[in-house]
Ligand binder design. Sequence first.
Ligand SMILES: [Zn+2]
Length: 143
Amino acid sequence: MAVRIPSWAAQEEAPFWEGIARAELRVQGCTRCGRLRFPPRPFCPQCNWPDAVWRPMSGRASLWSFVIAHPPLMPPFAEIAPYNVIVAALDEDPRIRMVGNLLAAPGGAINEVKPDQIRIGARLMVVFSAGPGELTLPRWMYE
Ligand SMILES: [Zn+2]
């Protein structure tokens, strides 16, 4: 599978996007202290060590926060609003939080889960799904 690295992504992020292409959620881990870091960055936020390895995550998380997006929005998004944008805190380190969408099913639309069905603290599992713009991203479903 060809890896599509978004034009706006830094080359240092390539292993993250290669993971997406393999349906694997990867996060940098410091080779000195072990601290995970995301988004990708050149130095450890704990010990300032530059070296890291890319570690596959379990894809399990908790719903840390969310918003419901309403217009005014960019045209492709205004058409599907209201939709959810959630923050998932990874089980491996809840300080690692990823912004995504909560889906009802793999490949589902980002507006299928109704706002009153979204609960802070709910258990999540990652899915890899193309959304508006056809970019495959980690998104989330209830466990
Ligand atoms: Zn470190």
